[in-house]
Design a protein around this ligand. Sequence first.
Ligand SMILES: Nc1nc2c(c(=O)[nH]1)N=C([C@H](O)[C@H](O)COP(=O)(O)OP(=O)(O)OP(=O)(O)O)CN2
Length: 151
Amino acid sequence: MPYRIAKTLTFESGHILSKHKGRCRFPHGHSRTVEVVLAAEQLDANDMVCDFKAVKRSLESLLDRWDHALCLNTADPGFIDLQRTYGERVVAFAGTDPTTEVMARTIFEALQQRLHEATKESAAEFPISPGVRLERVRVTETATSWAEYSA
Ligand SMILES: Nc1nc2c(c(=O)[nH]1)N=C([C@H](O)[C@H](O)COP(=O)(O)OP(=O)(O)OP(=O)(O)O)CN2
């Protein structure tokens, strides 16, 4: 596909990697950047793959759910207590550590679903054509590390 666009959003979140042998098994946080890339064979009626605003709006509710939240494996020994204490600010990852790879895949799957729904909204302020494809999602962990999930 010859046309590609990228949109970047940021959020702050904590996580615990329960399987990690080093310090990452303790609670810690990251200022994360999420970059998503969409592609299209041809441009829409506005001469765009789709409006950057459409991408941002499609991602906002998921990232708002993760912002200033603690991402946890449901198998973590502290999961039940932390969820009881912090409620919705604990984000459950069912039986898997919330590594950057898992977060990238989770965002990819949620955004792909959301884009699919958006293509059916004919009166949308920022429409998304059915031919638009989500190519990849990159999530940063630190200034020196990131993970990517692609179609
Ligand atoms: N493949 C992955 N490896 C690691 C992950 C991950 O999600 N996927 N996560 C961590 C930790 O959460 C850690 O906070 C980040 O690790 P790292 O990049 O090694 O962080 P440092 O600040 O220690 O990096 P240096 O460049 O060594 O200073 C671990 N691994």
